[in-house]
Write a protein that binds this ligand. Sequence first.
Ligand SMILES: NC(=O)c1ccc[n+]([C@@H]2O[C@H](COP(=O)([O-])OP(=O)(O)OC[C@H]3O[C@@H](n4cnc5c(N)ncnc54)[C@H](OP(=O)(O)O)[C@@H]3O)[C@@H](O)[C@H]2O)c1
Length: 350
Amino acid sequence: MGKLKVGVLGATGMVGQIYLRMLDGHPWFEVSAVSGNTTVGRRLAEAYGGRGEVPERLRDLEVLPSDPKRFDVDLVFSCLPTEAARTIEPGFARAGFPVFSDASAHRYQDDVPLMVPEVNPDHLDLIEVQRRRRGWDGFIVTTPNCTTLTFVLPLKPLVDAFGVRHVDVVTMQSISGAGYNGVPSMAILGNVIPYIRGEEEKVSTEPKKILGRLADGRVEPAGFEVDATCTRVPTLVGHLASVSVELGRDFRLEDAVEALSSFEGLPQRLELPTAPRRPIVVMSEPDRPQPRLDAEAGDVRGMPVFVGRLRKGARERTIRFVSLSNNLVRGAAGIAILTAELAHATGRLV
Ligand SMILES: NC(=O)c1ccc[n+]([C@@H]2O[C@H](COP(=O)([O-])OP(=O)(O)OC[C@H]3O[C@@H](n4cnc5c(N)ncnc54)[C@H](OP(=O)(O)O)[C@@H]3O)[C@@H](O)[C@H]2O)c1
């Protein structure tokens, strides 16, 4: 069977570059069309300028406008800014394309799956609900905010083993999370900004949808609340989070460590190409994980979430830890590719 042809919408941005790197030599998918905005009409190598390396095979590809009529592909990945995604992504889905999106524009709609493939693979069933309701041949599937991902994956084995009542999280987010032109260097170098507009709302609501139960064509949100404080720090790649979780019952720390480190999901059982062998890597060194040392690590580079500093909190039934994920890989391009692999492996891309 030949490879599926894929398009990348917003291919010249921070996340777009990671798609092109991760899809270079992918066993199932091959990039054959890309879009941009200010760089439309240029060769991809020229559009990148000094921003990064373009895989050799793609250097001469023309940057297209995000118009479905210009795309002769089997599916698209979208890393468009939210406002552009709001109209462009439904245009592609209506025209029959499966759309896997990192943008927040459609994440919260009832019939749009918000996916972490190891956590809620069954939520892909919403695709059929969406198609029926909207009369589309294609569909939109979304991935979470890059910061949500940092702690929602470790929450899953805790929910399964002990139940979760409440989550408190303080994030330390890298500047790449804001996009190529996102944070002025004079604002962030030597500084910490204790506020990121709109972020705490996303980080508080998304885990409840992701860990919610799919029944009768809709997701019943999980029954816990998340308190979040989101900060921007002068690291380049990798979002770190300090997390405190009130569990549903008393627990032994070693049982929690075992639940986290032995966790695997459907992508691991199916041996999907972009699935890390362990989605959660528990670190025992007292000063890890660190963005500089660990954000690019793992058997599939950047795909595991690293968890360290596991300890009991002062309050009863509370576990505390620090977690790290690569915001551009596990938090964006990598998770969308893994989701598309899951959709393909379960017969949803035919
Ligand atoms: N950065 C992260 O860590 C991260 C993580 C998860 C999700 N996301 C989400 O992913 C998306 C992209 O983020 P990013 O960090 O890659 O942003 P970015 O570096 O600013 O890149 C934006 C890309 O979108 C293109 N674009 C802008 N306006 C467009 C329009 N109206 N029509 C078509 N293309 C347009 C740009 O093309 P030109 O270069 O040609 O102008 C560029 O390729 C956002 O929705 C963001 O929220 C980002």
